[in-house]
Every structure is written in C-alpha cells, then in structure tokens.
Design a protein around this ligand. Structure first.
Ligand code: ZN
Ligand code: ZN
Length: 591
C-alpha cells in the first residue's frame, strides 16, 4: 500500500492486518489522456482492468457525469486502493454519499491518506457536519495525518467554517513549520479574519512572511480583511507594499480588498487612488461597489453619485449593492425625496427588487429629516416585515429629535425581539430623562435590573506604529496605564476649562459625584485617545475604532479635545465615521 511518511500511529485497531496487502503505488496516468471518453473507450476495447487508468478516469469524470458513473467505474476495479477510494469520495464531495463511501472504505478496509481526509473535511465544512468532522479529526490525529499540509489546510477550513477559530489556529500550529505553505496559511488567515479574529489573522500573516512563504491572493485578501476590521491603517500600508512587491496588485480580488481596507480605515482618498491606479477595478462591478461603499461609510454622497453615473456611462449594470451605497448616503443625509426617487429608480430602470436594507434607508431619511410620523408609517407599510435594524433607526431618530413617545414605542419593539438589548434601554432612558419623565426612567432602570441586562463591554483600539492597542472601560492592564490615566485626567481638566460639561448619564443615577465623573473619564475611547496622545507621533490625526456606538459623553468630550490638542480625532464606531476637528464632528450629532 501507499506508504505515508508520517510518525507511526501508536496503536490503531481499525487498521487490521488485512490492509497490509502489498500493493504498489499507482504509476502516473498514461500521457495524452485528457478526454475521459477516449480513455473509457480504450479500457473497454482492451478489456483493461488497469486500476490506475480507472482511478484516473473516476477523477476526470466526476464533475461532468451522473453520480452513478464514477461508482460504476469503481466497481470494475478488482482491488481498489486508497487512490481509487479517494477518487470515488472526491467524485461525490460535498454530499452525504462521500461520507458513506468513506465508511465503506474503512470496512474494506483501506487506510485513508491525507488527500482522503482533505476531501472529507471539505465535505463536512460545506455540510456543516460538526460531529462527523470532529470524529474525522480524531481519526486523522491517530493516523498522524492531521498535521500534513494538505489535510491540515482542509481541517483549518473546516473549523473556520464551523465558527471555531481557536481550533483552526491550533491545527495551523500543529503543522510542522517546514510544511506550512501558502495554502495552510491562506486557510488560517482567511478563517481567522472571517471569524472576527483580526489580530490573530494578522499575526498568522506576519508569521508567514517571517518564514518566507510566498503570499497568494487568499493570504493577502484575508490579511486585508483583518486590517479593515481593525481600521488598522499602518497594517494596510504594510500589506499594500507587500502586494506591490509580490506583483499581486493587478489581481481584482486583491485590489478590491485593498480598496475596502482603505475605505474602512477612513482613508477614502487612498481607496480612490487604488481604484484609479488599477486597470481592472474601474471596469468591474465588485470594484465599483467597494468604492461606492467607501463613500457611503463617509457619507460622501456627491462622490458616490458621480461614480455611479460614471459606472452607468461605461455600460456597467449596477446591482442591489450599488444602490444600497447610494441610498445609505442619501438616507444618512436625511434627503427624503432623493432617497425615495432612487429607491423607485432601482426597480424602474434595472428591475431590482428592493430588500429591507434599501427600505431602511428611506425610513432613516424621513426620521433624520424630523418627519417622525411619516417614518413610522413607512416602517409599518413597507412590503417586507421590518427587523430590529428598522426599529433601531427609528429609535436613534427619536433620540435625536427628542421624541419620548416614538422612543418608547420603538424601544418596546426592539425589546420584544431581544429583551437583553442593552442599547435600547440606555437610549430610551436618555430620551425620557431629557423630557423630564423621571418615573419612567426609574422604570426602565428597574426593568434592566430585573432582567439582568448586562451592558456590552465597550472596546476601543488604536494602532500606533503598526501595533494595535486595545482598551476596555476602566482597563488597567496596559503597561503604560499610569501615564495614560494621568493624561486622561489632564485632558479632561483641560477641556473643562474650554467649556465642556459632562453629560448627565441617567443610568448612573444615585451614584456618587466623583464615581460618576470617573465612570465617564475612563471610557475605552478616552483611554485610547490618551494613549494616542502619549505615544503616537505628534500632528497626525488620532484614529480610534470602537466596537459599539461612541457614547454621548465621549462624543462631546472629543469635540473639545481636538480643539485642545489641535489635532484631528477620527473615531470609527459600529455605525459610521466621526471626524472631530475644530471643535465639531462631521456627523452633525446624528449617529
Ligand atoms: Zn464614552
Ligand atoms: Zn460624530
């Protein structure tokens, strides 16, 4: 049988002595054997029972023939070997039949090799068969095949697909360093990035570069996705240089990821430069959509519209994503008529049926424009059942326009969907308190307490010299924490002199004055800004990312801080970009 140069499995009873039939490895397939029909015809003519020919034929036929055909060919092999079995399993990969064939193979019995496992892991990933995949992992581990590069990459993919990034990372670490190739790294980097493990993804990418493994378009776009999630601009620039050096800059997938990463890092000009310099992005719908999304995130409707018309001029057919970007720009600007017109145009000119996200933009436009009743009516009458995002949009608008009635009913709807939705309680309590409805505020607080609602921990980070520093509220773990706390105190005292007044936080009712103040001082985003001030090169904007909405107090404080520090503070929160300069924010208090 095929000897695989792996450590001998300790003791494995399934692989009984019957498998030790001495079969020579298959010779390479005959030359000029491209057309499966020709090979099959020859096999029939010569009554050939040549196994390697049949194995080859199964592999060739699998994609284009009925599923029974590979099985028929397989049954003609008198002594199928691991290659025959693997070919049969591959011919029906991503179906239950592949797993059934594997069980027959073990009964036969024949030892699987790393290619067999690779196919099976891919099948379990696509069918989301977690438990079968775990059993396969155990078996491959016993056979010493889980750390082979081919099966290992598929296993990493399987764990990533099942939302288990820690296991995926562990499998990568178990593959011997000399065997880790671009495929292994690609599976790990993409998997970690897709599972919101951007820091781990970037560290795997750095590890890969250290070991001189050549990048592929997968590794690079995975790393860019991670950098985009962190809005880690310096990482984007480092990867960009690497892309150029590796000659991957002409690739559409890489170009789109690069553009997207710059856009999500708030550098629309850099995104545009990538777009303009590429030969392929401007002519591709994905490229244009990525550029439109970057404009939408900044709320730059003029540039978005200009690009949209250019796209149409070039004969590109916009899709629902192109329209969504336009509608988001218009909706965020509160332009009701325009939003409505573009929503109709989508269907009239391109036959595209709007989905809930498109309608949400219209509801948001009305709400932002202060037409609260119309917005609520629109939400009730759109052809698709509204989801939490629609109610949240209305709640935000109610908060901005200080409408306790709408806020109350929207919070009620949100809490029906998720009683643990902490932001719904906080926003409605703030609206009620600014309307002086103290009894109701107390009621909301009680409800939160009764239902044991926990506020999701705020997390903010800042990238300094290519390194990402993460802060939680009241965090004391950073090595320079004393310096950071001293800087926060200095900044807060400084802005108080400029006229900043801490915003009342009704959720902290009944807490002592000093505690109340400090609860505001050491918010994660303020710690990140203070760290930026003590460590980042002076002059350049401070760029912070937060996992939640920026809080009202920090928003207020940063307007003064950018003034005090004479530098821009850019915050990307979960909804949008806030650019603080000269004492104001570009969001116009609406977020
Ligand atoms: Zn805050
Ligand atoms: Zn803002």
């Amino acid at each position: 049988m095929f000897k695989i140069s792996t450590p001998k499995p300790p003791s494995y009873s399934l692989m009984a002595s019957k498998t030790e039939i001495q079969i020579q490895p298959d010779p390479p397939p005959p030359p000029n054997s491209g057309d499966p029909r020709a090979i099959y015809a020859r096999a029939i003519r010569t009554h050939s029972a040549d196994r390697s020919l049949h194995n080859h034929l199964i592999t060739l036929c699998s994609k284009s023939t009925p599923s029974s055909f590979p099985l028929r060919l397989f049954s003609q092999i008198s002594i199928p070997n691991v290659v025959s079995w693997t070919a049969l399993i591959s011919s029906q990969s991503n179906t239950l039949a592949a797993l059934r064939h594997f069980i027959s193979m073990l009964r036969h019995p024949t030892s699987p090799n790393q290619r067999t496992f690779a196919t099976l892991f891919k099948t379990c990933a696509s069918l989301s068969f977690l438990s079968f995949g775990l059993s396969l992992h155990s078996l491959s581990l016993k056979l010493g095949l889980s750390s082979e590069p081919y099966s290992g990459s598929a296993l990493i993919h399987f764990y990533s697909k099942c939302g288990m990034p820690v296991y995926a990372r562990k499998v990568l670490d178990e593959i011997p360093q000399r065997d880790r190739d671009a495929v292994c790294y690609g599976a790990a980097i993409v998997g970690l990035a897709q599972n919101s493990r951007p820091i781990d993804a970037l560290s795997a990418f750095a590890d890969m570069k250290c070991r001189d493994v050549a990048s592929s378009m997968y590794t690079v776009s995975g790393a860019l996705r991670a950098a985009a999630e962190l809005a880690a601009l310096e990482q984007c620039r480092i990867i960009h240089t690497h892309v150029v050096v590796m000659g991957l800059d002409g690739n559409v997938v890489v170009g789109t990821s690069l553009l997207d990463a710059y856009g999500k890092s708030g550098m629309v000009c850099d995104a545009r430069q990538v777009f303009d310099e590429s030969n392929s992005l401007g002519g591709s719908l994905v490229g244009c959509n990525a550029m439109l999304a970057a404009y939408a995130q900044q709320g730059d409707k003029d540039s978005a519209l200009e690009l949209f018309y250019k796209m149409e001029g070039r004969g590109l057919v916009p899709d629902e994503y192109s329209f969504l970007a336009i509608l988001m720009c218009l909706g965020n600007a509160g332009l009701v008529l325009e939003t409505d017109w573009w929503l109709k145009r989508m269907k009239a000119d391109y036959g595209l049926e709007p989905v809930l996200e498109h309608y949400t933009c219209l509801v948001g436009a009305m709400g932002r424009a202060g037409q609260l009743e119309d917005a609520e009516r629109a939400a009730m009458t759109i052809p698709i059942a509204p989801d939490a995002a629609v109610w949240r949009t209305l709640l935000t608008c109610a908060a901005y326009h200080k409408s306790p009635d709408l806020a109350r009913s929207m919070a009620k709807r949100l809490l029906e969907i998720d009683p643990q939705d902490d932001s719904a309680y906080v926003i409605v309590a703030n609206v009620l308190s600014s309307a002086g409805k103290w009894d109701e505020v107390a009621e909301v607080r009680m409800m939160m307490k009764d239902r044991r609602v926990k506020k999701e921990g705020g997390r903010s980070w800042i990238e300094v010299r290519g390194e990402v520093h993460v802060f939680l509220a009241g965090d004391r773990r950073h090595q320079r924490i004393d310096e950071i706390y001293a800087k926060v105190a200095e900044l807060m005292e400084g802005i108080e002199k400029l006229g900043y007044v801490p915003l009342p936080n009704e959720m902290l009712h009944g807490v002592g004055e000093q505690e109340k103040k400090e609860a505001l001082w050491y918010h994660s985003e303020k710690l990140a800004v203070a760290f930026g001030v003590v460590s980042a090169p002076p002059g350049k904007p401070l760029r912070i990312v937060k996992n939640l909405r920026i809080c009202r107090d920090c928003h207020e404080a940063f307007k003064y801080m950018c003034w005090l520090l004479e530098r821009e503070i850019i915050v990307r929160d979960v909804n949008r970009y806030h650019i603080f300069s000269n004492g104001r924010c570009n969001c116009g208090e609406m977020w």
